[in-house]
Design a protein around this ligand. Structure first.
Ligand code: SAH
Ligand code: SF4
Length: 369
């Protein structure tokens, strides 16, 4: 497994399993030091080796010379709205990596008990060029390493640590791979990061609270079906027929619905988990009632839950969200077919804008500076 980033700095320890960590550390080190180190990294979530106060100075000095913790620096931490917070990391190669923390307020209770979801990035840019998406606009730059993905979990975890009481548990309810990039195009690093997120030696988060979203890479979906970790899968469908889907998602030409849908069916049958179909509603593109009927058929066949997302405007792109009446008519078709679905309402505007757009703004500011 590679944890390296494109720099000359020493390798990051993030993502190394206990065995790999033991092999990496000086050979005369007692085994319990490995557990202490993991405890500092994943439960105490410290930012530097100097804070690891129960380790001998000789080991701390060795670590400082031979290893690193976080591969990237925190560039910006921004309260985006009352429910979202954005973290922007800058890699040594100046790549920008965006992570969003979303606090969904729970009805009738205070914000401290809101559900917390982190939306993480898996690549810098994206090669798949979906026509509506900010991440695809500037093309693909590079994959993130496992350490760069894990660093996003830990940095956001620290934000919450500051707010809550001194529990060592990871203070986040859900992790979704819906930030920048196509997670299945960076398969090994994403799986390694999920392992660290799920493992008892890592952040120990339940696999059912982890969702990987994909635009539909068929070979990787089939490979995922055989992974031992039982995380959830979301498919970015956005078109219920090839004709509509390929207008906005070029990947549909390579993996059309007749290949894609059986692959996700295999995944959900093997995993025994309900699949989510993401469907962005874009005016005059995919919001017809005919599309709604086709979507209902697909969802019923796959026993999938549908997440309807009214489109968020992206500057420079022509697409619009349908008005409320059209959204409601579309949703009614799903309801009539007794398909399980949710539709993001106004508050969702901020939430969706969260993923993928901050980096773009910062890139643009840089270009005009
Ligand atoms: N590449 C993966 C994961 C990242 S995209 C995928 O496509 O699934 C995460 C989600 O955000 C996808 O469902 C994507 O379609 C959606 N999205 C992208 N741009 C959006 C926009 N402008 N408004 C609403 N959702 C958007
Ligand atoms: Fe890439 Fe997903 Fe955006 Fe498509 S929707 S360009 S696959 S990040």
């Amino acid at each position: 497994m590679s944890t390296s980033t494109p720099t000359d700095s020493p390798p990051s320890l993030l993502g190394l399993s206990p065995d790999n960590l033991k092999a990496f550390l000086p050979s005369d080190l007692p085994a319990f030091r490995v557990n202490q180190l993991l405890d500092w990294i994943y439960r105490k979530r410290v930012q530097s080796f100097d804070e690891m106060s129960n380790l001998p100075t000789t080991l701390i000095n060795w670590l400082k010379d031979n290893a690193s913790l976080f591969p990237n620096r925190v560039l910006l931490l921004k309260q985006a709205s009352d429910i979202t917070e954005k973290l922007l990391l800058e890699a040594p190669d100046r790549s920008l990596i965006e992570t969003v923390l979303i606090r969904y307020p729970q009805q009738g209770v205070g914000s401290e008990t809101s559900r917390k979801t982190i939306c993480v990035s898996s690549q810098v840019g994206c090669a798949y060029g979906c026509k509506f998406c900010a991440s695809g606009l500037a093309g693909w730059k590079r994959n993130l390493s496992a350490a760069e993905i894990i660093a996003q979990f830990i940095h956001v975890g620290r934000l919450e640590d500051r707010r809550s009481t001194a529990s060592k548990d990871f203070p986040i309810d859900n992790v979704v791979f819906m930030g920048m990039g196509e997670p299945l195009a960076n398969y090994d690093a994403v799986i390694a990061a999920i392992r660290a997120l799920n493992a008892p030696w890592g952040l120990h988060m339940g696999a059912r609270r982890i969702t990987v979203s994909t635009s539909g890479l068929v070979p990787q979906i089939l490979r995922l079906a055989d992974e031992p970790v039982q995380f959830r899968l979301a498919l970015s469908l956005h078109g219920a027929s090839n004709e509509v889907r390929e207008q906005i998602m070029p990947i549909n030409r390579k993996y059309p619905l007749e290949t894609l849908l059986p692959a996700v069916k295999t995944f959900s049958e093997k995993h025994g988990r309900m699949l989510t179909l993401e469907f962005i509603l874009i005016e005059e593109v995919n919001d017809s009632l005919e599309q709604a009927h086709l979507l209902a058929d697909i969802a019923r066949d796959l026993h999938a839950h549908v997440n309807l997302i009214p489109y968020n405007r992206v500057e420079g792109l022509p697409w619009k969200r349908p008005n409320n009446a059209r959204q409601t008519a579309f949703a009614k078709v799903l309801r009539d077919h007794r398909v399980s679905f949710t539709i993001r309402k106004e508050k969702g505007h901020d939430i969706d804008a969260a993923c993928g757009q901050l980096r773009l703004q910062t890139e643009q500011n840089r270009a005009s500076a």
